[in-house]
Design a binder for this molecule. Sequence first.
Ligand SMILES: [Zn+2]
Ligand SMILES: [Zn+2]
Ligand SMILES: [Zn+2]
Length: 176
Amino acid sequence: MDVTDAAEAVRAFLVPAASALTIEQRVGNACIWCPTVILPGQGVSLGDADGCYPHACPPCHELQGAALAAYLDWDHHVTDCTLCRTGPCETTLTMKHEAMRARERAGWGAAYCGRCQRAFGPGETFMPHVWLGTSRVVLSLVHTGPCAVTDPGETGAQPFRTPGWRIQRTSLSRGV
Ligand SMILES: [Zn+2]
Ligand SMILES: [Zn+2]
Ligand SMILES: [Zn+2]
């Protein structure tokens, strides 16, 4: 799938399952990320599935899209960069910084390791790890240094490549 539209990526990766939404959020009357009321015809449509029509208010959509784009950019870099195989390169450090700031602004919560489930301590190194969970693709972070879980197989997680999920930064505010 070739996606350059941030709205589509947000739809694919960030919209919670219908069961996690309130009735207002399911019918598209409230933003799925904040209490903002969405009037008919307004807000950003996040698709429809199983009678659920989630919407977001434009400010939330932009923040979530920015956090997602920064994360996916970083993930692509780490996957493709030969320098990063031996240790984080300059680019990855910049991308990490951006991704962590964007995620904080989007309210994604404390960053923790998807393998050992511990919050990252100061000075600990980590990187993105995208994998296929039971029902959806999971965008996690994992320790690159010492981790309580040493065998990646222990999570039962299938690594998942996201070819084509490159997001043009310029398209971030599009689709509104
Ligand atoms: Zn909102
Ligand atoms: Zn690198
Ligand atoms: Zn860990």
